[in-house]
Design a binder for this molecule. Sequence first.
Ligand code: NDP
Length: 312
Amino acid sequence: MDTVKCLIIGSGPAGYTAAIYAARANLQPIVYEGMQPGGQLTTTTEVENFPGYPDGVEPFQMMDDMRRQAQRFGADIRSGVVTKVDFSCTPKKVWVEDTELIEAQTVIIATGAAAKYLGLPSEKEYAGRGVSACATCDGFFYRKKTVAVVGGGDTACEEATYLAGLCKKVYLIVRKPFLRASEIMKQRVMSTENIEVLFEHNTLRLTGDGKVEGADLVYRKGEADEREVHIDIDGFFLAIGHKPNSDLFRDFLQLDETGYIITRPGTPLTNVDGVFAAGDVADPHYRQAITAAASGCKAAIEAERYLKNNAL
Ligand code: NDP
């Protein structure tokens, strides 16, 4: 059985950055990459907002760069999925694929979050060709174009407002007759001239020749005045919520009502000593590669401090 100083679960920008810092601090970290090596970022087409890449970078390339940087300092990066943990003891216990048990003095959780999708076949068909779940990441590619955002919460309103600053026109597709978002966000959306809110609309399918060029919607489905509506769009942004990948830790860590790991404000410290959370699994607000990377750095520094303070 392996006993390690630092075990990192997850391989997005948070996990790899934690690995770089932990490896350079001689913690000899083991990283389990999980089901989606490279994390959520690898579902986008190009990264233009990560400092250090003036010409933009293909996301797989960027994640491979981070991975190799961590390996250069000795991080042991393994493929495999963590399926069970026990944080009630010291050292912490972590099982990989249900069978292999690893004991770890510190654990950094960087398992990320997954954007929710509507579940339409055409969302998959046009993945990376007009469908996105992150306006901040991909909005720039739709400058002066027409896009739609789906959702009626704060994220949808925030993304619609952000896109309205870049795009010619933004449709906000809302399934209810009202926005669930906070009052200030509602007002911002309703007072932005190039946002058109389509209340009581649901998306049936996306259309287009090789890329998104339109969407078929249904207005007031099941009502007497039900009708189909077509909109011409170049981009389709999902903003119907995220699901943090935290189910595994539910028995040991404090989670908020959506499932985000609760950390002490401004730190990666969880309610369990020696267990740290970094990146989107603990961040309902920013959800950017750069903020995830920064929190991975903090987690590794805290892990090192914890080991020192406890003479481990
Ligand atoms: P929410 O769960 O608040 O909203 C999700 C929205 O998506 C709802 O309008 C919901 O509709 C809609 N939706 C869900 N499923 C579907 C579907 N299948 N088809 C169509 N529409 C659907 O998620 P958010 O990501 O907006 O917010 C999450 C949390 O983060 C909230 O607490 C929010 O306040 C917070 N947040 C705060 C921000 C800030 O303070 N600046 C910014 C962003 C988020 P319905 O209303 O009908 O259920």
